[in-house]
Design a protein around this ligand. Sequence first.
Ligand code: GLA
Length: 713
Amino acid sequence: MNQIRLDSATSTLILCFADKEIPWSAYWGRPLPPDAPLEQIHQIKPVVRFPAGLDSPYGLNLFPEQGTGFSGRPALMGHRSGTHWANRFQLKEVNHPKQQVILHLKDPVAKLQLTLDLHLDWHSGILRRRTHLTNCSKISYQLQYCAAAAFAIPTFCSELLTFHGGWTGEFMTERRPWVSGISAFENRSGRTSHECFPALIAGSRGFDENGGTVYGAHLGWSGNVCGLAEVLPDGSRQIQFAELLAPGEVVLAQDETYTTPWVYAGVSDTGLNGLSHGFHRYLRQEIIPPKARRFHRPVQFNSWEAIYFDHDLDRLKQLASQAAALGMERFVLDDGWFHHRVDATKALGDWWPDQRKYPQGLTPLVEHLNRLGLTFGLWVEPEMVSPTSTLYQQHPDWILSIDGLPDLTGREQLVLDLSRKEVIEYLFQKLSRLLSQYPITYLKWDMNRPLTMAAHGQRPAYHRQTTAVYQLIDRLRQAYPQVEIESCASGGGRIDFEMARRIERFWASDSNDPYRRQMIQRGATLFFPPELTGSHIGPAESHTSGRVTDIHLRAQTAFFYHLGCELDLTRITAQEYQLLSAYIALHKRYRPLLHTGRYVRLVLDSDQRNGYGVVADNSETALFSIFQLNHPDQINDRTIRFSHLDPDGIYRVKLLEPLHQSIRNLLPHPDSWLNGFLLPAGVLMDEGVSIWMPYPGTGVLIELKRVPQTASE
Ligand code: GLA
């Protein structure tokens, strides 16, 4: 029996394999000592054997195949006009460079070649996997399904955490028992989607934020995706992820290769927070563009909910002046600035300033921003075209469509076919012109409808469209390295690790309603660190829910993330102005901590509350936020139990101002709470502290600072 061992700072992975066979994962969990005796680990191989089944048992491996008798979901499905549909690959070669395993396999009967790539990142413990499939026959191979990775999950993992949601409700999670058979998700929207973030988490019974063993995986792809969690009849479990291919979408000619997207997976024996820390660290160090790794995320003003399509230079200048006075650093001109864009039904594709709103182009606005010291960002939606635009009038054939079927609109727009070179050239030229004419350092790149009949030359083109978007962004980034990009798709419809390679920020949701936002952000932070997540202080009345909330709640909800303001600053009260200014200044003071530390979701022992924080890597400083979202059940309602502090440390605990009056009035020891008092970490984490927040919709910011032990004596 052969063995390969991969180690990271937080985990060890052991692969075992007999000659010619696909390796299986004998262990993936907490780090094992270098000299751990592992010679006999293959003896614990779980063998799938059903009574009244086959004589030759089989085990779940890295790529389960039907040709071995495996009757669960195989990792590969395809055929040559009905033949070569069952596979049995033989291992031909194993390369094992540092932290990596590359397995080369061949199926001599079906004439296919397979390469499995594995890479274990040392620092974060994130395991990255993908698959390449090559057709070695003269006869073309019709690929139906090719798993990017299959993971055998230990049988003690009896619970799943899955994702669902919708517009203004992204990253909702559902906890469920992992039942027999296949639990699957499919996303056919042609973008990452609001409904179905491509990830699964499996864990031991009762796992929570800080406890239990959990395995989590995410497919980094901004197109169609499917994933499944399967319990076989004998209790064995597997998870798989793949790009969802439309019929006939991938037909491999001789020597052609299909490469799957990457799957990113992690394991933690300290619950969900441990898992998230791996993903956050990996994104920060390995995925996002180097520029996005800095912690200074400019506080930005966004014009959308302030003025919508109603652009007027004087008003915009006023808004910019207010934004600068309040301490903001970037001004993003959202939708409505370009040729004849008077409402959402028009002009997409005509990417030049509207002559009526901007007779001298964007220069007068830009000059004003320069004087104020604000950098300039611009909204675009390059993949789309409005049927009434000049572009569509000139090139009605440039859209994705199927002959004989109606061209369905979404938000009254159609989608450009980015597989066409002339479309890419048009977009590159139009965007280049804007980027070279104006000092634009930020693009908010929107995508406001799903792809329906994505066809190029009548063939499905979801994959091509997705890679073409990546290529267009990459080309622009290379040509204009000063430009940062925010990925938006009616809010959080395109948030994933592959997109994260080319952007500095995700717009998490079109909901600025703090109640809704907190739940969205709680789900998003399972995979994404706070600085990648744009979060805005919106108007008092949310335009997506009608809910009215006060400025404290709105500001505190956006506080930990990449902060912005998106409301009419010329109409706020003096008190709101003063509070906004205070929260922005406070955010700037804390953002180095918030955007580099470990994000921690607190265990919720009441549905009425939400709580989370960021603890510095060295555990010296932490900032937590606790919210009372509904009426407290009791006066002494639930204690706040912090986590991830230095267990031997002593901390000064302090409530930060601004503070909602209702909370200040009821503080039992206001002087202590406002000036800080000392408590050992053990008390803070095990016993906890209690703050009465009688009003629903209020919250607090709590700073914890470790004191040198002598100071406490
Ligand atoms: C989408 C975005 C919003 C805004 C509008 C503009 O809905 O998610 O933030 O940019 O488009 O039309």
